[in-house]
Design a protein around this ligand. Structure first.
Ligand code: GLA
Length: 682
C-alpha cells in the first residue's frame, strides 16, 4: 500500500475478503511512538528510507563518483497488469536522474515472484559515470510477526540439504553462498514457521550463482529479510536482480504443494519443453567410473535394458584423454582409444536395445592437461603471472571473454548435431576462483542453455554440481532434471530426497539405485531397500548389474516395473510427507486423482518390536480405498507381516481410517521399506 512515496506491506497471509478495507487494516496495524524513537515513525516497508531514522537494512545502496549517495525516491507510481497479478512500483530521483522499480507477481501456486531493477537514466557521455548501485537486493521483506523460527538447509558434498530449525533471534541470521554456485550451504531455500498457528512462509532466491541472505531484527521486534546477489565492485548503472520467491501457506504440506505447482508451471510454460515421461536412467558413473571401453559399455547397455532401463547415460570418462579426473576437460570429442569409431556404434547399440542415449559434460571447466588449455592457456580464470589454483585438478573457463563461451557452445552444439543425444548431464564440479566472474558466468551459461534448448528441443538437460550444488527454480525449463546429491546410499538419500521435495516435485529429482557397498559411505544395503527408495523420484540405476546376484537383479527389475506403472501418479500428484513418532521412519506419499502411492522406510533399529501404525495423508476421509502392499516385499520384514493374504487381496478402508488409525507395518529393522498402493473404490 502506498503512503506518500513509501510502500508498505500491509498483509502477507491467508486471503482476505475482496472488499477488505485496506485503510482500516493499515490503521489497525499502525504503531504509536515510544521513548527513544524518531518523533515521526521511520519509513520502513519495501523501500525503507534511511533519512527518516530507519536503522534497518536498505534495499539498495548507491555511489556517485565513488562517494556514497542516498537518492530521494519520489513520485511513487503503482501500475498493475489487467489481471492484477503483477504490480510495479516505480520511483524516480529527478536530481540524480535515476529510476528504481520493484515488481511483484502472484504466479502459479500463489507463489509471489519479486525483483528490483535500477536504472541510471541520465543522458551521460559514454565515459561519464553517473549513479551506480553498489548493492541492490531482489527483496527486502518485513517479516510478518509470528514467524519466529526458520528452517534452513546446510550441507556439503554428499551430505546435501541438512535441515536445521533456528529461532529468529535479535542477533539476526545470515547465509552466504560464494564460489559461483548456489549450494551447498547458502540461504537460498528457507521455510519460516509460526509455532502457534503452523503457518509457513517459504522463501527462495532463484539465483544460479552467489547470493547473500540475512535476517535482521530490531529492538521494536520487527524482523526484515534481505536477499541479494553481488553487483560487482565497480557498481552498476543498470541492474536487474534475479527473482526471489515468497509464498505463504497455512501449513507445511500446502507450502510444498505451492512450490510444486509453481515448479511444474515453470516447466510447462517453457517454449522448448514438451512434457515428457521420466524415463528410467542407467548411469555408468558408480557402475564403472573411468574403467570402461566400448565393449564394456555395450555389455552394460544390454544388462541395463534387461532390467528395464529406458535411457543409457554415459557419465564422465568418454572424451579425449579422460582416463582419470586429471585430464581432458575442454576436449569435447570422443576419446579415440576408447571409441575408435566415435560414439556412433555405442549409440546405435543403445538405441537398438530400445533405450535412448545421454551424455555427461562439464563444459564450464578445463583441465590443465587438455588440448584446449594447451591452445588457449589464457582462457581460464587466472591472474597473470600468478599460480593457477585448481580444484579437482581443474580450472574454470573465463566466460567474461565472449570467444570462450562461443567456443564451448559450438563444441556442445556439434556434439548434439553429430550424435543422437536425448539428454545431457551438465556438471559443474569446482568453485569460481581465483577471480570472480559471477554475474557474467551465470549470464553466459544461461544464454548457452537457452540457445541449446532452442536448437535441440529434444535434448533435455540435467543440472548437477557435485550433487545438489546448483539447483534453483529459475533454471526450470532450460533444465528439466536436478541431481540432488552424489550420495546414493539409500539411508542418506531418503533424507536428502525428503528435504529437496519440500520445494521441488519428484519428477525433477534424480534418484538412483547405487552399488552396495556404497562407494561414499561404505554401507551395504539390501537391493529391496535401495530400489524402493529410488522409486520416489526420477528413477535410475547407477550400479553394474553384472555385480548383482540374480535375486538382486530380479528385485531391481520388479521395482523398475513398479516405477513405470506408477510414475504418472508420482510425477503429477500432490506430495505429502508422512509424520511418524519414530524419527527414523521416513514416509512420503503422492495422491493423484483416484490413486495414491506411499513409501515408508525405517533407517535404524527400532526400540520397540511393533512400530506405531503409519498414518496416511491427503486422502478424502469419506472415500473408500483398496489398499495393497505391492510386491516384492522387504525380505526380512515380510515374516513379521500380520496377515499377508489379506494384504495381497487388498484391504478396503475409508480415507478417515487410513489417516487416523493408519496401517500397522513391520518397521523394526533398519533397511525396511514398504510401498503402499491405494485406489479409490467407486
Ligand atoms: C560429479 C557428479 C557425479 C559424477 C562425477 C563424474 O561428482 O556429481 O555424479 O558425474 O562428477 O566425474
Amino acid at each position: 500500500m502506498a503512503r506518500g512515496d513509501a510502500l508498505a506491506l500491509l498483509h502477507l497471509g491467508a486471503r482476505l475478503p475482496n472488499d477488505e478495507d485496506l485503510v482500516a487494516l493499515a490503521a489497525a496495524a499502525a504503531r504509536g511512538r515510544h521513548e527513544n524513537q524518531p518523533d515521526v515513525p521511520p519509513t520502513g516497508g519495501l523501500l525503507p528510507d534511511p533519512r527518516t531514522g530507519w536503522r534497518g537494512p536498505l534495499l539498495a545502496e548507491f555511489d556517485l563518483h565513488g562517494q556514497p549517495v542516498t537518492p530521494r525516491w519520489r513520485e511513487l507510481t503503482l501500475q498493475t497488469t489487467p489481471d492484477r497479478r503483477t504490480i510495479w512500483a516505480d520511483w524516480k530521483d529527478e536530481a540524480l536522474e535515476t529510476h528504481l522499480r520493484i515488481s511483484w507477481t502472484m504466479d502459479a501456486g500463489d507463489v509471489i515472484r519479486t525483483r528490483a531493477q535500477f536504472i541510471d537514466t541520465g543522458p551521460r557521455a559514454i565515459d561519464e559515470r553517473g549513479v551506480v548501485t553498489t548493492r541492490c537486493a531482489s527483496l527486502l521483506l518485513p517479516l510478518p510477526r509470528g514467524f519466529g523460527h526458520v528452517t534452513h538447509f546446510a550441507g556439503r558434498w554428499a551430505d546435501d540439504m541438512r535441515a536445521e530449525r533456528l529461532p529468529v533471534t535479535r542477533a539476526g541470521l545470515s547465509w552466504a553462498s560464494r564460489g559461483g554456485k548456489s549450494g551447498f550451504a547458502g540461504g537460498d531455500w528457507l521455510a519460516f514457521d509460526d509455532a502457534e498457528t503452523g503457518a509457513q512462509l517459504g522463501f527462495h532466491i532463484a539465483a544460479t550463482g552467489d547470493h547473500e541472505v540475512r535476517i535482521e531484527r530490531n529492538d521494536d521486534g520487527d524482523a526484515v529479510l534481505v536477499a541479494e546477489t553481488p553487483v560487482g565492485v565497480e557498481g552498476r548503472s543498470i541492474f536487474d536482480t534475479p527473482e526471489a520467491l515468497i509464498v505463504w501457506a497455512p501449513d507445511a504440506a500446502t507450502l510444498t504443494r505451492a512450490f510444486h505447482t509453481h515448479a511444474r508451471a515453470r516447466l510447462a510454460r517453457h517454449p522448448h519443453n514438451p512434457p515428457r515421461e521420466r524415463r528410467v536412467h542407467f548411469n555408468t558413473w558408480e557402475a564403472c567410473t573411468f574403467d570402461f571401453d566400448e565393449a564394456r559399455l555395450m555389455r552394460l547397455a544390454e544388462d541395463a535394458a534387461m532390467l528395464g532401463a529406458e535411457r543409457f547415460v554415459l557419465d564422465d570418462g568418454w572424451f579425449k584423454g579422460r582416463s582419470s579426473d586429471r585430464a581432458g576437460l575442454g576436449d569435447w570429442v570422443p576419446d579415440p582409444v576408447r571409441f575408435p569409431n566415435g560414439l556412433g556404434p555405442l549409440i546405435a547399440h543403445v538405441k537398438a536395445l530400445g533405450m535412448d542415449f545421454g551424455l555427461w559434460v562439464e563444459p564450464e571447466m578445463v583441465s590443465p592437461d587438455s588440448d584446449l588449455y594447451r591452445a588457449h592457456p589464457d582462457w581460464c580464470l587466472h591472474e597473470p603471472g600468478l599460480p593457477r589454483p585448481t580444484e579437482r585438478n581443474q580450472l574454470v573457463l573465463d566466460f567474461t571473454r565472449p570467444e570462450v563461451g562461443d567456443h564451448i557452445q559450438a563444441c556442445i552444439a556439434r556434439l548434439l548435431r553429430e550424435n543422437d543425444i536425448a539428454y545431457l548431464k551438465w556438471d559443474h564440479n569446482r568453485r569460481l576462483f581465483p577471480l570472480p566472474a559471477l554475474g557474467t558466468h551465470s549470464g553466459r551459461l544461461d544464454m548457452m542453455w537457452y540457445q541449446l534448448r532452442a536448437d535441440f528441443p529434444d535434448t533435455m538437460i540435467e543440472s548437477c554440481s557435485s550433487g545438489g550444488g546448483r539447483i534453483d527454480m529459475g533454471l526450470l525449463g532450460r533444465i528439466e532434471r536436478f541431481w540432488p546429491s552424489d550420495n546414493n546410499d539409500a539411508i542418506e538419500r531418503i533424507r536428502i530426497m525428503r528435504e529437496w521435495s519440500r520445494f521441488m516435485p519428484l519428477e525433477v529429482l534424480g534418484s538412483h539405485v547405487g552399488p552396495s557397498p556404497n562407494p561414499i559411505t561404505g554401507r551395504r544395503l539390501a537391493m529391496d531397500f535401495r530400489a524402493k527408495v529410488a522409486v520416489f523420484g526420477h528413477m535410475g540405476v547407477e550400479a553394474d548389474p553384472a555385480r548383482m546376484t540374480d535375486k538382486e537383479r530380479e528385485s531391481l527389475a520388479a521395482h523398475i516395473a513398479l516405477y513405470k506403472q506408477w510414475r504418472s501418479v508420482l510425477h503429477a500428484g500432490d506430495l505429502h510427507h508422512l509424520a511418524h513418532p519414530d524419527p527414523n521412519v521416513t514416509g512420503m506419499m503422492v495422491t493423484h486423482e483416484d490413486k495414491a502411492l506411499a513409501l515408508v522406510a525405517q533407517t535404524a533399529f527400532s526400540p520397540v518390536f511393533d512400530a506405531a501404525p503409519v498414518r496416511l495423508a491427503g486422502l478424502d476421509p469419506q472415500a473408500r480405498y483398496r489398499v495393497t502392499l505391492p510386491e516384492p516385499w522387504p525380505p526380512r520384514a515380510r515374516h513379521y507381516l500380520g496377515d499377508p493374504d489379506a494384504w495381497r487381496a487388498g484391504l478396503v478402508l475409508s480415507g478417515a481410517a487410513l489417516m487416523t488409525h493408519g496401517l500397522a507395518l513391520p518397521l523394526t529393522h533398519p533397511e525396511t521399506a514398504w510401498i503402499i498402493a491405494l485406489e479409490t473404490i467407486a
